[in-house]
Design a binder for this molecule. Structure first.
Ligand code: HEC
Length: 180
């Protein structure tokens, strides 16, 4: 090893690079504090939503006025949607994609439209909300086909991708609209 290649480690001993190292560590600590600060803020906001006396966080969702009975029916349907996702995941975990397919089609897919009284509620929905609903039913029916295929091929990867596509429709509509 000649003098030139040994130069950088020698320089580090005079503090120059050490200082750079401290700066980097400080930056990392600062970033960590910022990230955990954001997390704390998220927790605080979460708590606020349960504390009715606290001022609520700004809410950009569009309020959609449903008749009160339909609000309650819709929320009950929503809870069924969530339970269906849970049952689908359970079936996939047990290695039964065919059962997951059936759940998705009958409870979330195009076949579920009658079940949820979709025609009745859709007339109170702005176009964007109707489209989000249709996109969810379509995603669920596509998932059902993918999951049915997987019961033959054994390849679950596209099934999980399809499940994420369904969930993305839930997330998308929730981000845009509220009933209360
Ligand atoms: C077309 C729009 C739309 C789609 C698609 C949608 N939701 Fe909702 N969901 C809503 C609205 C609007 C609310 C009421 C939110 C509010 O008023 O704060 C809601 C509320 C809920 C609630 C709360 C129910 C309660 O008792 O308060 C759950 C749980 C839920 N949705 C689950 C789901 C799941 C799971 C999916 C996807 C499989 C889904 N939703 C798809 C619009 C949608």
């Amino acid at each position: 090893m000649n003098e030139t290649t040994r130069l950088p480690p020698q320089r580090s001993r005079d503090g120059t690079r050490l200082h750079g190292g401290y700066t980097r560590i400080l930056m990392i600590i600062l970033a960590a504090v910022l990230v955990s600060g954001t997390a704390t803020l998220a927790v605080a906001q979460h708590h606020h939503s349960h504390d009715m006396s606290a001022p609520s966080a700004p809410d950009a969702r569009e309020f959609v006025k449903f008749p009160p009975v339909l609000v309650e029916e819709t929320l009950a349907n929503m809870r069924d949607h969530l339970q269906t996702l849970q049952e689908i995941q359970l079936q996939l975990g047990m290695g039964h994609p065919d059962m997951a397919a059936k759940l998705a089609e009958t409870r979330l897919g195009m076949s579920s439209l009658g079940l949820h009284g979709a025609a009745e509620v859709s007339k109170y929905m702005p176009q964007g909300m109707q489209d989000a609903g249709t996109a969810m039913h379509r995603a669920a029916s596509r998932f059902a086909i993918t999951a049915q295929d997987a019961s033959v091929t054994g390849d679950l990867k596209p099934v999980f991708a399809g499940l994420a596509e369904i969930t993305a429709q839930c997330v998308g509509c929730h981000a845009g609209y509220r009933l209360k």
